[in-house]
Ligand binder design. Structure first.
Ligand SMILES: Nc1nc2c(ncn2[C@@H]2O[C@H](COP(=O)(O)OP(=O)(O)O)[C@@H](O)[C@H]2O)c(=O)[nH]1
Ligand SMILES: [Mg+2]
Length: 253
């Protein structure tokens, strides 16, 4: 069994990618299961096999503790950690080859509280990876791209799990723009040139130095363009995951 956490900023396409990739895996005869870790999700584009909402009700928390929606979501994220043994058991019982874990809409609820990394480490003893989503439309601006680079480095620093980087919703950009961003991710010189060209003043200076700091750490963020709408890039995305998790083999033996 392999566990894959899908992480990214709010609206970056986590839930849609979970749905599209699970369908894609099913079509290629892989035994896949889905875990929804977002207690606040109203509707989901897939049917989860294990669901945080079976354990935690955000509405009840709001009522019981007199909290607004934000406070209740934070509390829900922490209460979920107390259920990890039961959730883990449910996941193990599925006996699937690959388990996709959709994480809370607001990334900080999972990545930047103590409960997230705890849940990630306690959710079974199986090998794990993280898929970090760069929203394509947002990332087209070099300033936004560098900010996202920093966020993904912060996520890596918190979980210390192998990480695959996806340029999500790539169907919304022209092929030329997609190639441009992928080039930034592969080639620091191309990113530096874009920063020089598109940004000025403090934004240029800070972005350049932030980018250099990331590359000095030796972290690599090669982006794989993927669309959950057209399924473009699914093959490459799947290959990257197989390489990390199964050493290039299929998840199923
Ligand atoms: N065109 C396009 N839209 C997408 C894609 N993935 C997600 N979206 C849209 O982006 C919005 C946010 O997606 P969602 O999966 O809910 O984001 P999440 O908050 O990260 O789970 C929704 O309106 C989706 O329909 C994609 O690959 N292509
Ligand atoms: Mg979602």
């Amino acid at each position: 069994m392999f566990i894959v956490f899908i992480i990214g900023t709010a609206g970056s396409g986590k839930s849609q990618l979970t749905a599209a990739f699970s369908e894609w895996l099913m079509l290629s005869k892989q035994d896949v299961a889905i875990v929804n870790l977002d207690p606040g999700a109203l509707t989901l584009p897939y049917r989860p096999d294990v669901d945080a909402r079976d354990y935690i009700s955000v509405d009840k928390i709001m009522e019981e503790y007199g909290l607004g929606p934000n406070g209740a979501l934070i509390m829900a994220a922490d209460l979920l950690a107390e259920e990890i043994e039961n959730i883990s058991k449910e996941v193990e019982d599925l006996k699937s080859d690959i388990v996709l874990v959709d994480t809370p809409g607001q990334m900080e609820l999972f990545a930047f509280r103590a409960s997230g990394p705890y849940i990630a480490s306690e959710l079974t003893r199986e090998p794990k990876a993280i898929v970090y989503l760069f929203d394509a439309v947002f990332s087209l601006n070099p300033l936004n791209y560098v900010s996202n680079l920093f966020l993904s480095a912060a996520v890596y620093n918190r979980f210390l799990l192998p990480q695959v980087h996806v340029l999500s919703k790539c169907d919304l950009l022209s092929e030329e723009d997609v190639n441009k961003i992928v080039d930034w991710s592969a080639n620091p010189k191309a990113l530096e040139a874009a920063i020089e060209q598109k940004l000025e003043g403090t934004k240029r200076l800070l972005s350049r130095n932030m980018m250099k700091a990331i590359y000095q750490l030796g972290l690599k963020f090669l982006l794989i363009p993927v669309s959950a709408k057209t399924n473009e890039g699914m093959v490459n995305f799947n290959m990257a995951l197989e390489r990390i998790l199964a050493g290039g083999d299929k998840y199923t033996y």
